[in-house]
Design a protein around this ligand. Structure first.
Ligand code: SF4
Length: 317
């Protein structure tokens, strides 16, 4: 496949609330190429996890996908029947969830959870198939007989990765897969995820808020703010030359081993998702906002090769 494996356009997710709709994701778009590693970063509540759930069509009421398109290997995910969707999940696009403990069934041994997955897709695996999958994520075959509560956090997350690659999907969505782990285990689990992703030739979207971890893993990065993608580009370009004012502040807030300086935060808070002001969502925290920013929402514009920024004050006039 030479074109994108995943195409996302104008995707919006809203939640019905007593005070009106809350837009958790607001018109985002991007393409993911085969084997590509893309990262999505942003503060809590910026819409990263909601985006992943929307791609899997796992938004539940009172939430709904209110607009947009998601095409996976050319197929319109939002138009799939429930049965086609069930067959697509894990087989063509899988999810490594944020909390391994809450996504694994606590009353079933690990081997039975693989058996359920294969049965749901009418697959009769060879003897040793589960042991082979466990081995690929660095776990011994004996793990198949254990219950989730008998495993460490890192082992459970490795099981989730093995489940996610079991049917060799074209796209893996990994929602903060290492957030509950200590730093050493985080690096190991991420290295395992990267290795198996390359082995099966899948593309991956990694959600996270650890910019340093992200910088070492992904090829391209998208920065989300208040439900919008404010900057996307090759990870080296974005780290070396952050262009959106929010990205600049995010990267400026990273601790440095060499430069001695006071910790820099980002003043203010993101706008309420139910009381969104007109114009740019970053206007109340932006150090260079001007009058136009309070009226008109900026659309993403190219500022370099494969580099898009949604800000009135950067890019071509
Ligand atoms: Fe700041 Fe205006 Fe750019 Fe928004 S559009 S990031 S408020 S300068």
């Amino acid at each position: 496949m030479s074109g994108p494996v995943l195409e996302v356009a104008d995707l919006s997710v809203r939640y019905r609330t007593p005070v009106g709709p809350a837009y958790a994701v607001d018109g985002i778009g991007f393409n993911l190429m085969p084997r590509e590693r893309m990262g999505l970063v942003g503060e809590s509540g910026s819409g990263k996890s909601t985006t992943v759930l929307a791609l899997m069509r796992m938004i539940r009421p009172p939430g709904e996908i209110s607009a947009g398109h998601v095409r996976l290997e050319g197929r319109d995910v939002l138009a799939l029947s429930e049965e086609d969707l069930r067959r697509t999940r894990f087989a063509r696009m899988s999810l490594v969830p944020q909390g391994a403990m809450s996504s694994l069934n606590p009353v079933l041994p690990i081997g039975a959870q693989f058996a359920d997955l294969f049965a749901a897709h009418d697959i009769d695996p060879d003897d040793g198939h589960v042991a082979g999958l466990l081995s690929r994520v660095g776990l011994p075959p004996a793990v198949a007989a254990r219950f989730p509560h008998e495993l460490s956090g890192g082992m459970k997350q490795r099981v989730c990765i093995a489940l996610a690659i079991a049917l060799t999907p074209a796209v893996i969505l990994a929602d903060e897969p290492t957030s509950a782990l200590d730093v050493v285990v985080q690096k190991q689990v991420l290295a395992t995820l990267g290795r198996v992703q390359q082995d099966i030739g899948a593309a991956i979207i990694l959600i996270g808020h650890d910019m340093a971890l992200m910088a070492h893993f992904v090829d391209r990065i998208g920065v989300m703010y208040a439900g919008r993608l404010v900057e996307t580009g090759p990870v080296k370009t974005v780290f070396r030359s952050p262009t959106h004012p929010y990205t600049k502040l995010l990267i400026g807030a990273l601790p440095s081993l060499t430069a001695r300086r006071a910790f820099q935060g980002i003043p203010g808070v993101p706008p309420s998702l139910t009381e969104r002001p007109p114009g740019c969502p970053f206007q109340t925290r932006c150090p260079i906002a001007e009058a136009r920013c309070r009226i008109e929402a900026p659309a993403p514009r190219p500022v370099g090769s494969d580099h898009l920024v949604a800000c009135h004050l950067v890019g071509p006039a």
